[in-house]
Design a protein around this ligand. Structure first.
Ligand code: IPE
Ligand code: IPE
Ligand code: MG
Length: 246
């Protein structure tokens, strides 16, 4: 009537929630720098933010949330920063009963465990064991995770099976590779979110991302609100996933 169209309201479709959302929790350091604070404060605020996002994702009906917490390349950082990150992780694992333990959420860690300290490895085992019967959301922490290392290890396992005469080379297929990844029982991510203004995967879920939808934002991870998360999901719902078809 007035010559302009009213913009359609963006609403979340509760019947089309991505089953598996993966987040590259990036930008903690720059968040802190902007405020003249040490990087470790950025990491603590980032971890705090994850608590909100976990609740929101669980309530929305996301079944798997995989978050990139520490890459195989992050050991290159100053020892002080790595130590602060490991301490933060340890504190969260120690507080598991008060945090994730109270929710219908399962905790799993995806990554190369050998480089982690015995203490952290023990705590991870305890938390995974305590929550393995939970049927709500699965929170997968990618810790000392590298997509290339994950694929290398799958290749090694399969090669060993061939050597031992348990597998024929002709039988190696995509499913066998998937079955030998950390995510063997988790569907591929539907949506991968990267805040902080970077447009790269940084070695995250390289095999699994074949048909994932990507969503980027300039916001640093500690400022990534549940509203932004909802925005990402609405955008995802507006995409046309074709998987190579028409
Ligand atoms: C992500 O934030 C956390 C980890 C990689 C452990 P960064 O520490 O990478 O923050 P920026 O990218 O330097 O801002
Ligand atoms: C990716 O972020 C790893 C995590 C968020 C844990 P980085 O900050 O390490 O990635 P690059 O170095 O910018 O690619
Ligand atoms: Mg970064």
């Amino acid at each position: 009537m007035f010559g302009f169209k009213k913009r359609a309201k963006r609403v979340l479709d509760k019947n089309n929630i991505p089953k598996h959302v993966a987040i590259i929790m990036d930008g903690n350091g720059r968040w802190a720098k902007k405020r003249g604070l040490p990087r470790s404060v950025g990491h603590s605020m980032g971890a705090k933010n994850l608590e909100n996002i976990v609740d929101f994702a669980g309530n929305m009906g996301v079944k798997y949330l995989t978050v990139y917490a520490f890459s195989t390349e992050n050991w290159k950082r100053p020892k002080e920063e790595v130590d602060a990150l490991m301490k933060l992780l340890k504190d969260y694992l120690l507080d598991f009963d008060n945090l994730l333990g109270k929710k219908d959420a399962r905790l799993r860690v995806f990554g190369h465990r050998e480089e982690l300290s015995d203490e952290i490895n023990e705590l991870i085992d305890i938390c995974e064991e305590k929550s393995k019967h939970k049927t709500g959301i699965s929170i997968n922490i990618a810790l000392n995770y590298g997509g290339r290392l994950e694929i290398c290890q799958a290749v090694k396992k399969i090669a060993q099976n061939v050597k031992d005469g348990n597998v024929n080379v002709e039988d190696i297929d995509e499913k066998m590779i998937s079955d030998n990844l950390y995510t063997y029982d988790v569907p591929d991510p539907d949506l991968i979110i990267r805040p902080s203004g970077e447009y790269r995967l940084s070695n995250f879920l390289l095999w699994q991302c074949a048909y994932s939808e990507f969503w980027y934002s300039d916001i640093f991870w500690p400022d990534f609100t549940t509203k932004k998360f909802e925005d990402a999901i609405i955008d995802y719902q507006l995409r046309n996933r074709r998987f190579g078809g028409v």
